[in-house]
Design a binder for this molecule. Structure first.
Ligand SMILES: Nc1ncnc2c1ncn2[C@@H]1O[C@H](COP(=O)(O)OP(=O)(O)OP(=O)(O)O)[C@@H](O)[C@H]1O
Ligand SMILES: [Mg+2]
Length: 254
């Protein structure tokens, strides 16, 4: 199916002509005979907030895992700041500035908040870790008082914050998030989404937000892509997608 492109204003961040900080060109990936990504292309401007939406099994997680080299692309390219990172091992992708918070966050519950954050700093290439630690603590006031507590004592929202904080310890340019709202109450989800916008504004982060909570994700982002069976079924400014009944009913379930 051809992707439907919606009209609308360009998103915040960069002009449509500027080179995107993250560009995905005709990316395909499979699990054996199952083609999970089929010719997916997207472009994310620096400091943009971009949603990737779609039903169960649409290919969202596979897209993020392929971007960070956890899953191998069968064809196509991933460009980060113009550099082809498609075939790089994951640790090199991360040190080049692409961070990935997996579904569930992946924090280690037996370790303290501080230990989890410092683990994230191990991916740094420049090793000025103590500076970054203080900066990350500044960005997440609720974590400061929990610094010496194990992650098991945190609420779901605090764990998600910790997972994001840990990813930021590597000083990424682009943050990929896989369903951060999963299992969170609506109010906490809103706080996490607002936090993403704050991070963009405060530290110039670019965010790719994978979500099944399409309405919430479109209300915080500027641009959205809708995946269906591994292909981009629709894309456009987030407010346009929110207003587009056909796309909402066909792919987004609201
Ligand atoms: N490890 C795997 N082995 C085989 N097939 C897989 C594997 N992981 C995913 N798939 C298949 O690839 C397709 C895309 O799955 P993916 O997990 O990327 O979707 P998703 O959009 O993240 O779904 P969800 O919303 O449920 O997280 C689906 O058909 C899925 O069954
Ligand atoms: Mg998934």
């Amino acid at each position: 199916m051809n992707a439907q492109t919606l009209p609308g204003a360009a998103g915040n961040g960069a002009s449509p002509d500027a080179e995107p900080i993250l560009a995905v060109e005709n990316l395909s990936a499979s699990y054996g005979a199952v083609r999970a990504l089929d010719n997916v292309s997207l472009a994310v401007p620096a400091q943009g907030l971009c949603a990737v939406l779609g039903a169960n099994g649409a290919g969202k997680t596979t897209l993020l895992r392929t971007l960070t080299g956890l899953h191998r692309a069968s064809s196509g390219r991933v460009l980060l700041e113009g550099e082809d990172i498609t075939r790089l091992p994951t640790e090199k992708v991360i040190t080049r500035g692409l961070a990935h918070v997996p579904e569930g966050g992946g924090v280690i519950v037996e370790l303290t908040v501080e230990e989890n954050l410092r683990l994230g700093g191990l991916w740094r290439s420049d090793r000025r870790s103590s500076t970054t630690f203080d900066e990350v603590m500044d960005l997440f006031p609720p974590l400061v008082e929990r610094r010496t507590k194990t992650a098991s004592t945190l609420s779901g929202g605090e764990r998600q914050m910790l997972a994001i904080g840990r990813a930021l310890m590597g000083r990424p340019r682009v943050l990929l998030l896989d369903e951060p709202s999963l299992g969170l109450a609506p109010l906490v989800t809103k706080q996490i989404f607002t936090l993403l916008r704050d991070l963009r504004d405060r530290i110039g982060l670019t965010v790719v937000l994978v979500e099944q909570n399409a309405a919430g994700a479109l209300s915080v982002t500027e641009h959205g892509y809708v995946l269906n069976q591994g292909s981009v079924a629709a894309e456009g400014p987030s407010d346009g997608l929110l207003a587009d009944d056909r796309t909402r009913h066909a792919y987004l379930g609201f």
